[in-house]
Design a protein. Structure first.
Length: 576
């Protein structure tokens, strides 16, 4: 027992096992095992032991060969840890040989690609490529075959045929003498991230274009105000069946169409002054389908599946615009070959996963309006631009390019979202999601009223000379005593001098020197009970609290027609 200092620590069990291995060796059975030995200094080390017996003529000896395997066991443990990390990694890890044949794929590969590891093993890596001319793959193979590390984005085709995007790092694998053994692919799936980023960029683009559209609409509304105003005044001074009267009626009709176009621009830019209420889209859609069936060619079959009767917060015109624009586009896509136009309305529940891809909405109960066709469909390039204002694939004179922009603006303003699916020659499907509201539609009908006037003293302020001229003529024809000013500072001086005489102030918002809001605040200090009407070319986005603080009693949007202006003025004067 001369090697007792090199025994495994642990007491009786260790001693017992050592005696058993000695017996087996003595019986002629050499022993090979791992053992923990204790050095002279008291430290322990792992060893691989070979225990045998050597017999001579006069004695029997134990032959013990001890090999220190501490480093080997640490390396094995590290390899096991690394293998476990690769197996549990969220990224795809694929190892190929020198020819690009897959030798290993981790579980994340199965989850992301849809293929099992057995499906992939032994196949060339190229079977995962997107099967189209992809310069990324060409550059990748050139780099790694030259012994370089390649980083970039790869498009991969999943087992279900869908494409996925991944940020990849591909490295050559070398042996200890520098010979290349194969390649390792590490890929992080960024498909959903790309969708979210694309939607964010689209949102920013729409917001920027919306701001521009709002500014254009503001100036255009001033021009329309002149056309409406002078045409209405002239119409009142002509005989009803005369040529000039008929011409003025046509001018007003054209101006009305122009006003509707401006409203579409403002809807797109989300600057409209829409007051939503609880309505049932099902009812409006049914009425709209009747109009569609009469206008679409007989080669297009209309199918409706309107199951959902729940309400949403909207206005009837908005829902009408959505369904008309979507169905008109679908009809245009099928006008040459005919086909089927499907319209459905269902209630669905959108979960967190859907909301993560569409951050403009929150999870919950939604109405899903689907308009699909069997027409020519769209490629990716067209699909990315369909919501851009004035973008159209229709021929000259067939469309303004505003239809889908309007739909997008309406849907977003109502707290919803829109999702498009389309492929060339496979038709298109538009899914509009609107949040469900519990209350039912208020069906109060408005009655036509005669235009009421009065003899009250009104101050009208606008920096546009033709608008001042129109307003003065309109209001004086209704019997009002009107004082018009083109400068807000002059208007304030006049009001201070005639405080007791004035019954109402009508002011534009955008004016040099002093805005309509600032004018209202100053007027409130000299006459706190004076009704004030703010007139503007577009919704400037002031909250009710801000309007109340400035002393604004009502807001009216340009272009203002005679009846609308008269009704608002009379309402404010009667409420004093």
């Amino acid at each position: 027992d001369t090697f007792s200092p090199l025994i495994q620590p642990g007491g009786q069990n260790s001693q017992k096992m050592r005696l058993e291995t000695n017996k087996l060796a003595l019986s002629g059975k050499p022993q090979f095992f791992e053992w923990t030995y204790q050095k002279h200094d008291g430290s322990a080390f792992d060893a691989e032991v070979s225990l045998g017996v050597i017999e001579s003529s006069d004695s029997t000896y134990f032959q013990i060969i001890i090999r220190d395997i501490t480093e080997r066991k640490l390396a094995a443990k590290q390899l096991a840890r690394q293998a476990s990390a690769i197996e549990q990694a969220a990224e795809e890890i694929i190892i190929t040989d020198n020819e690009g044949t897959i030798e290993y794929a981790n579980p994340a590969f199965e989850k992301i690609s849809g293929y099992s590891r057995q499906d992939a093993k032994g196949k060339p890596f190229s079977f995962l490529e997107s099967r189209k001319e992809d310069y990324a793959y060409r550059g990748m193979w050139a780099a790694i075959r030259a012994g370089e590390v390649w980083r970039g984005r790869l498009t991969t085709r999943r087992k279900d045929g869908c494409l996925s995007e991944a940020d990849a790092t591909v490295s050559p694998i070398f042996d200890h003498v520098g010979g290349r053994m194969g390649y390792v692919f590490v890929k992080r799936d960024v498909t959903e991230q790309i969708k979210v980023e694309a939607m964010f960029r689209q949102s920013q683009k729409m917001e920027a274009i919306g701001t521009l559209a709002g500014g254009i609409a503001h100036d255009f509304n001033n021009i329309l105000s002149a056309i409406f105003g002078f045409a209405e005044i002239a119409k009142l001074e002509t005989l009803e069946n005369s040529g000039p009267h008929r011409c003025l009626v046509k001018i007003l009709e054209a101006a009305g169409r122009a006003r509707d176009l401006v409203k579409q621009i403002l809807t797109f830019s989300r600057q409209t002054d829409i007051t939503p209420r609880s309505i049932q889209p099902c009812i409006i859609i049914k009425e709209t389908i009747k109009l569609l069936e009469a206008s679409l060619p007989s080669t297009i079959e209309v199918r409706a599946n309107l199951q959902a009767t729940e309400s949403t917060m909207a206005d009837p015109t908005s829902i009408h615009q959505i369904i008309m624009n979507l169905c008109t586009n679908a009809g245009h896509a099928m006008r040459k070959t005919g086909g089927v136009l499907d319209i459905s309305l269902l209630s669905v529940e959108l979960d967190q996963d859907f909301a993560r891809v569409h951050p403009e909405i929150k999870p919950g109960q939604f109405l899903r309006l689907t308009v699909s066709d069997t027409g020519h469909g769209m490629g990716q390039t067209v699909k990315e631009r369909i919501f851009d204002p004035f973008f159209t694939t229709k021929g000259e004179g067939e469309g303004t390019g505003m239809g889908l922009s309007v739909v997008h603006g309406i849907v977003r303003s109502l707290g919803g979202t829109i999702v498009v699916h389309s492929e060339p020659e496979k038709g298109s499907s538009f899914n509009v999601y609107l949040p469900i509201h519990a209350q039912q539609e208020d069906r109060k009908q408005e009655r036509e009223r005669a235009i009421a006037g009065g003899s009250d003293h009104i101050v009208f302020v606008d920096d546009e000379a033709f608008i001042v001229d129109i307003a003065q003529q309109m209001l004086e024809m209704l019997g009002y005593n009107v004082v018009c000013k083109k400068d807000s500072r002059e208007a304030f001086s006049y009001i201070k001098e005639h405080t007791t005489e004035i019954d109402l102030l009508v002011t534009d918002y955008t004016m040099p020197g002093m805005t309509g809001m600032d004018l209202a605040k100053k007027v409130r200090k000299v006459k706190s009970d004076l009704p004030i009407l703010l007139c503007t070319g577009y919704n400037i986005g002031f909250s009710e609290a801000e309007l109340k603080e400035a002393g604004i009693n009502a807001v009216i949007l340009k272009p203002v027609v005679r009846r609308e202006l008269a009704e608002v003025i009379r309402k404010l004067l009667d409420a004093r």
